[in-house]
Design a protein around this ligand. Structure first.
Ligand SMILES: Nc1ncnc2c1ncn2[C@@H]1O[C@H](COP(=O)(O)OP(=O)(O)OP(=O)(O)O)[C@@H](O)[C@H]1O
Ligand SMILES: O=P(O)(O)OC[C@H]1O[C@H](OP(=O)(O)OP(=O)(O)O)[C@H](O)[C@@H]1O
Ligand SMILES: [Mg+2]
Length: 281
């Protein structure tokens, strides 16, 4: 039985449940359900706070979990990132009133408020900066105005929260984050875990790729294959029409209109793009 941790609240929760549902796992009926048993997939889903997930997985009490990369680093738990999941993207940045600081070295002897004390402490050590880390639970942007800190280090997505309190980012990004699938360092990967990885990768591929079909004259096929090389080479089938072939390949969803333009310029006809409902690569 695979024991999997899923964020029960917060920014990652909804998208994590959607990707697991698309991967064929049983969804929970309501937000109060904390454990879901899914016998069809030999899986148990535990709904936990995203911050705690790395701790459970690092201890080996759960086999795998979905959390944020920044949260995994912050926890210091012995868990590895296995699959980046492409949602919950953010950067982790320093911010302060405009003009106060220009890079991390300016923070020597200063106070920096954060909800990610582990992540920040490691980074300051790496940069040989001696600053005092003020650990808060959230809403850290207010700490400067209230005189508790000189700068903050926090999650930035759109930057709206910072703008609203008149702060600006400075220095290099401390880290970039997204939701990730994690497992305990060195833990054996059982069948259920391998299957979970393949299913999640299938969902990600179905989101990122589309299928393209087109007809092209035989003498242009090599040029066309350069435009649509597919995963392991495109399928090329004979057409009933003399001198023409039909081609089918997976291409990235992003930029598919440009690919269609290039094929059109090569003389391709009947160019069709279709969504991939599910796939296993
Ligand atoms: N706009 C955003 N705000 C906050 N976190 C975000 C955002 N976009 C992505 N994330 C990611 O989501 C995770 C934080 O999730 P969440 O907000 O649930 O945690 P939390 O702030 O510790 O919890 P809570 O807000 O309930 O105290 C991090 O991995 C973070 O990088
Ligand atoms: O760049 P933005 O799009 O504005 O998003 C970033 C903000 O969102 C998060 O706060 P959250 O809502 O999780 O509250 P918290 O600080 O209390 O955790 C984060 O801590 C920032 O404050
Ligand atoms: Mg939050």
């Amino acid at each position: 039985m695979l024991r999997l941790a899923v964020p029960n609240k917060g920014v990652l929760s909804e998208a994590a449940q959607v990707i697991l549902k698309e991967a064929g796992y049983r969804p929970r009926k309501d937000s109060k359900e904390l454990v879901v048993v899914d016998p069809e997939n030999s899986c148990e889903l535990f709904f936990l706070r995203p911050r705690d997930i790395a701790v459970y997985v690092g201890e080996g009490t759960l086999d795998a979990g979905i959390t944020g990369r920044d949260m995994l680093i912050d926890s210091g738990a012995p868990a590895d990132e296995v699959v980046p999941l492409g949602f919950g993207r953010s950067t982790f940045r320093f911010a302060a009133p405009p003009g106060a600081f220009s890079n991390v070295k300016d923070l020597n002897g200063k106070r920096v408020a954060t909800a990610y004390a582990g992540l920040l402490t490691n980074y300051l050590e790496e940069q040989s900066v001696d600053a005092r880390v003020i650990k808060l639970d959230g809403a850290v942007e207010t700490a400067i105005r209230l005189g508790v800190a000189d700068a903050v280090a926090d999650v930035v997505e759109t930057g709206t929260t910072l703008r609203n309190v008149g702060l600006e980012v400075f220095g290099d990004p401390i880290t970039t984050s997204e939701a990730i699938l994690i497992k305990q360092v060195g833990a054996p990967e059982n069948n259920g875990f391998q299957q979970l990885i393949r299913r999640l990768q299938g969902v990600l591929a179905a989101r990122d790729y589309v299928m393209i079909d087109y007809d092209i004259r035989v003498e242009r096929i090599d040029e066309a294959i350069e435009v649509t090389p597919g995963m392991e080479g495109p399928t090329v089938s004979p057409l009933h029409r003399e001198g023409w072939v039909a081609v089918r390949a997976m291409i990235r969803r992003k930029g598919h209109q440009q690919v269609m333009d290039r094929l059109w310029d090569l003389g391709a006809k009947a160019i069709l793009i279709t969504d991939i409902y599910a796939c296993r690569l």
